[in-house]
Each structure stands twice: as structure tokens, then as C-alpha cells.
Ligand binder design. Structure first.
Ligand code: KG4
Ligand code: ZN
Length: 356
């Protein structure tokens, strides 16, 4: 089985060919990702119109590069899997238009791509727990099977990556903020500011970050003008607060998983999304997992952030489970598309707008 994956839901134009032969491990034959970060940097965030235009300009070349890298021709591809939501509709339309390739098209939920990645990279068995922390999403999902997801937690305000980006902006650090906050925090004193740990102790594992952002702003305003050391101390204190709050929320979810899936001998927590690159956060989660007897699974960063291999793989999983939607070519892109249609949507938003 060979599937060409396309990802255009936000600010990456990506294409990839993934192959699965019989019972052997799946193989990523190519994985091409073009980031639009530079196009959006001047605006401090993703501008939908710029994103859609950039996808139009880049996609043909990216698909061609993915096919060339994989040494697979379009004729040899069994199906095209394209992200159909959630995300920016302009970009989604561009991606779905590759259906013109005259191949069966599988419409993929972007979040399903993230949710199934650990099966591509580690062959992980169901069920497991997923923590998705990116610029657009902050969710904990129980992954029970292909197409069988239960969202256990989401953010009631900002996405975590968004909180990093806004904090960076406030402190005059460049976009995207997350990596710069982490770098700056390395020379800071994490105990200088006692920032709040939003939602800590609440029974549901949901998240909130806007109060923390406000606390950072107040602290920065109170001691302005900021020296380099002030900025580093704020970054370190912010990061410590985030890691602590996240650890608490995740611990709740691990406990719930134990209760709901007692037969899972070696349960696992999978992390995905750009924020999963953060070493302080990773170390905190790893410690929580080891305390609770969970395996901590962090797929390679390139496959944790937005990419098309995860979309191709979700296509293969759906084909294999006979769950590919044959009428997908008529699929209307969806800006909102919760993975789990049962959980009531919370107010959750992200800098790219509400996604799920
Ligand atoms: O998954 P991703 O590449 O794209 C989407 O949001 O879809 O995630 C990007 C987000 C940005 O908000 C960025 O600031 C954050 O991930 N990020 C980080 C780090 N690297 C990226 N946040 C904290 N620490 C990092 N090292
Ligand atoms: Zn994503």
C-alpha cells in the first residue's frame, strides 16, 4: 500500500509518501515540509490569506519533490490522503484539490494524523493516551482505535503554544516564541516569579493559560524597563509554571486511563505538537509517566510537528480498516472538526482561531 499524504491546514505545506507492505513495519519513503514561518513572522502570527496563497504557490512543487524523493510515481500510489480539517479553509481547499490526481481521495482529520503517528513510528498498540500541545491545540485524547477517540481535556482559553508565543511577544522575543522562550529561560532563575499554575488541582484535566499570560504581563510591567536578566528570569519562571500545571493535568489523565483501561498492561502517553520539543516540559512529563508506570513516547520532532507523513499514515490506517470514505472527493473542508463528536466543545481557541 502506498499513500501520498498532503498537509495544508495551517502554515506548513507538506507532502509525503508512506508505504506499508504486508506485516512489515511501515516506511516513510519521503517527507517534505515547507514552513511559511518567514512569511508570517513580520505579523507575529499566521495570516490566513498569506497562508492560502503560499500553499497555492508551493504545493505542486512539494508534491513533486515528495514523489521524486520516494521514487514512487503518481501511478503507483494507491490513494491520496489530504487534511480536510480542522484548520484554515483556504489552505484546506488547496490541499484537497490534489484530488484532481484521479486517485481515490481520503479526507483526513489533522488531529487524527497526530493521534496515530506513534503507530507509524513505534508500532504502538491501542489504547493509549495522547497529549497534543501545539500553537493551535492543547488536548488530551484517549486513542482507542482508528476513528475511535475520546477527548478528555482541552483548553478553555489559549493553546499552550499560543501562550508561549504571546509571552515571547510581550518580552520582545521573536516569533515563533516557544523555542526562544526556552532558549532564554536557560540563563534565568525559575524561582524569581511565583506565577500561577492554572487549573492545578481541578478534577477534570482541562487546561487554561490566559491567567498565566496576564500574570506575566503584570510582572513585566511592574519591573519595566526589563534587563536581559529580567527577561530570562520571567521566561524561566513562566516555563516552570507551565510545566508544573501541565504535569498536574496530565497526572489526572493518567489516573483516569488506569481506571478506564485496567487491562492495558503497559499503558503509554504519547506527546505531539511543537511544544513537545520543550525539554523542561518533556522532563516533567517523563517523570510523571515513570511515577505512574506509563511509557513515555515522544516520536521524532519532525513527526510531532505538522507534516504529511502522519496524514499519509492516517490514510493507510483508514484503508486498512476499510474506513476510507469513498465520497471524500466531495468532502467540504471544515475549519472546526472535533476528533470526538461526543465531547461537548469547550470555548477553546488558538491563535489560528478555534480548531476543535
Ligand atoms: O505543532 P506546531 O509546529 O504547529 C502548530 O501549531 O500547528 O507547533 C508550533 C508551536 C508554536 O506555538 C511554537 O512556539 C511552539 O509550538 N514551540 C515551542 C517550542 N518549539 C515550538 N514551545 C515551547 N518550547 C519549544 N521548544
Ligand atoms: Zn498540528
Amino acid at each position: 500500500m502506498r499513500v501520498l499524504g498532503i498537509e495544508t491546514s495551517c502554515d506548513e505545506t507538506a507532502a509525503s509518501v508512506v508505504a506499508l507492505d504486508g506485516d512489515s513495519a511501515p516506511e516513510i519513503l519521503s517527507n517534505v515540509v515547507l514552513s511559511q514561518i518567514e512569511e508570517h513572522a513580520a505579523f507575529g502570527g499566521v495570516v490566513p490569506e498569506i497562508a492560502a496563497r503560499a500553499h497555492v504557490e508551493a504545493l505542486d512543487g512539494i508534491v513533486e519533490a515528495a514523489l521524486t524523493d520516494s521514487a514512487v510515481s503518481l501511478d503507483e500510489v494507491d490513494a491520496v490522503a489530504a487534511t480536510a480539517g480542522p484548520g484554515l479553509v483556504g489552505g484546506l481547499i488547496v490541499g484537497l484539490s490534489v484530488a484532481a490526481a484521479n486517485k481515490p481521495l481520503i479526507a483526513i482529520n489533522h488531529l487524527e494524523g497526530h493521534a496515530l503517528t506513534a503507530r507509524l513510528t513505534e508500532g504502538l498498540d491501542f489504547p493509549y493516551l495522547l497529549l497534543l500541545v501545539s500553537g493551535g491545540h492543547t488536548q488530551i485524547v484517549a486513542v482507542r482505535g482508528v476513528g475511535d477517540y475520546q477527548r478528555w481535556a482541552t483548553t478553555i482559553d489559549d493553546a499552550l503554544g499560543e501562550a508561549f508565543d504571546k509571552t515571547a511577544k510581550m518580552l520582545g522575543l521573536p516569533y515563533p516564541g516557544g523555542p526562544n522562550v526556552e532558549k532564554t529561560a536557560a540563563s534565568g532563575d525559575a524561582s524569581r516569579f511565583a506565577f500561577p499554575r492554572p487549573m492545578k488541582g481541578s478534577a477534570q484535566p482541562d487546561f487554561s493559560f490566559s491567567g498565566l499570560k496576564t500574570a506575566v504581563r503584570q510582572a513585566a510591567t511592574a519591573i519595566a524597563p526589563l534587563s536581559d536578566q529580567d527577561v530570562a528570569d520571567i521566561c524561566a519562571s513562566f516555563q516552570a509554571a507551565v510545566a508544573d500545571a501541565l504535569g498536574d493535568r496530565v497526572a489526572r489523565a493518567l489516573a483516569r486511563f488506569r481506571k478506564e483501561f485496567p487491562e492495558t498492561a503497559k499503558p503509554a502517553l504519547v506527546v505531539a505538537g511543537g511544544v513537545a520539543a520543550n525539554r523542561t516540559i518533556k522532563a516533567t512529563l517523563e517523570a510523571r509517566c515513570s511515577k505512574a508506570g506509563f511509557a513515555f513516547v515522544a516520536p521524532p520532532q519532525k513527526l510531532c510537528t505538522d507534516n504529511a507523513a502522519m496524514i499519509a499514515w492516517a490514510g493507510i490506517e483508514r484503508l486498512r480498516a476499510a474506513m476510507a470514505d469513498a465520497s471524500a472527493a466531495d468532502f467540504v473542508p471544515r475549519s472546526r472538526w472535533p476528533l470526538d463528536s461526543v465531547s461537548a466543545p469547550l470555548v477553546g481557541s488558538g491563535r489560528r482561531g478555534a480548531k476543535a
